[in-house]
Design a protein around this ligand. Structure first.
Ligand SMILES: Nc1ncnc2c1ncn2[C@@H]1O[C@H](COP(=O)(O)OP(=O)(O)OP(=O)(O)O)[C@@H](O)[C@H]1O
Ligand SMILES: [Mg+2]
Length: 356
């Protein structure tokens, strides 16, 4: 290579170092900045003379992250070769930007640490996106929590209204119909008797429907007899209503759990069974309640069409049921697992600690 060519290579390398789209710098054993490229100097707003040979790199790391940087530097002296750090760097004007540093140690022939070579990337945009994503996730969680609270309050209120007002009114209508029937003459009996019997039967059926609906909204049997009994009775109603076979398996008597845990697991069963009815096209569901190493495990497994959780929603939330199940369990430090493959049925597995 002639002199002109090697000069050009040197110029190109110099240009690449100084104006690369990332920052480059080196610091010595004590952390003093030995060199820094123009890109990084521009990002930081300093001139070469203000930093190189004059300041330690730690001085331009925000105070909150300085210890982390110092630990990284110490690890090179202790023999580590590469470190990756996310730091906040402070510009000359006091403003801060997020940076990703990949730092490698340069050693002498005796392996003693001499200085570092660091690349610096400005990750402000990524950090901002991460912060926004975290805020959205927190908001979503707060909303889900609120949905659970509202759902519970509304169900309680509706159940009380149905039970107290509609239930009492139906009982009064029933009584009136019986009184009217008893007062009828023989002639009127033949004419409208069948209609009255029909109406009495209708009122009695409606009383039962109201009781079932109120029970599903707020099952009093849950407080009195616990989860296993409630699931059996709810399962019977569900089977009668839908024609889907339900097997409830739980040892008898099943231990009582805290009220909130029982309600949570009951609500999860309700949503899982509603999902089976809405989506699964299943003939049979097994509801299993078991105690396994200090935890209560509720499994609702159907033999329906199943679904692929990954492709189910893409980036969209398709429904709230599974999300609410998760939220309810989160409040109890429990966990939710969904096992399903298209064509192979679906299982919802909810676990809470048994002392809950
Ligand atoms: N047992 C199941 N069998 C087949 N697909 C299911 C089953 N359970 C859930 N899915 C699928 O998962 C999706 C999400 O269920 P999720 O309960 O969250 O929402 P949803 O039932 O559609 O609406 P929502 O519960 O808000 O009324 C359903 O839309 C359905 O595609
Ligand atoms: Mg649902």
């Amino acid at each position: 290579m002639n002199d002109a060519a090697s000069e050009q290579v040197a110029l190109d390398l110099h240009d690449l170092y100084e104006n690369a789209p990332c920052g480059y710098h080196s610091v010595g054993r004590d952390g003093t900045i030995l060199r820094m490229n123009q890109t990084e100097l521009t990002w930081l707003g300093f001139s070469n003379g203000e930093l190189v040979g004059a300041r330690k790199f730690a001085e331009i790391v925000s105070t909150g992250r300085r210890d982390e940087y110092e630990r990284g530097l110490a690890s090179f002296r202790a023999g580590q070769d590469v470190a990756e750090l996310e730091l906040e760097l402070v510009r000359r004007n006091g403003s801060v930007f997020d940076a990703f540093l990949r730092i490698a140690a340069v050693r002498d022939s005796q392996e003693a640490f001499l200085y570092t070579r660091a690349t610096v990337l400005d990750i402000t945009v990524r950090k901002r996106a991460e912060t926004e994503a975290r805020i959205h996730a927190e908001q979503l969680q707060a909303i889900s929590q609120r949905v659970v609270e509202i759902q519970e309050t509304e169900r309680r209120n509706l159940s009380a209204e149905l039970h107290d007002r509609l239930g009492q009114d139906l009982a009064a209508i029933n009584l009136n119909l019986h009184i009217v029937k008893d007062q009828l003459s023989a002639r009127a009996q033949t004419k409208v008797g069948p209609r009255l019997d029909d109406s009495i039967a209708l009122v009695e059926r409606t009383v039962e429907v109201v009781r079932d609906v109120a029970g599903a909204l707020r099952p009093l049997v849950l407080d009195d007899y616990g989860l296993a009994v409630t699931l059996r009775s709810y399962g019977e109603q569900f089977a009668a209503r839908t024609g889907i076979r339900i097997l409830v398996e739980a040892k008898h008597p099943f231990p009582r759990l805290q009220q909130e845990a029982e309600m949570t697991l009951f609500r999860i069963s309700q949503e899982a069974l509603t999902n089976v009815l809405k989506h699964a096209n299943a003939a049979e569901v097994r509801v299993t309640l078991a105690v396994e190493s200090g935890s209560v495990v509720l499994t609702i497994a159907d033999n329906g069409c199943g679904f692929d959780r990954g492709s189910r929603s893409g980036h969209r939330i398709s429904g709230l049921g599974l999300l609410i199940m998760q939220e309810r369990l989160r409040a109890l430090n429990g966990s939710l697992r969904i096992e399903s493959r298209p064509g192979a049925g679906a299982s919802v597995v909810a676990t809470v600690r048994s002392e809950q």
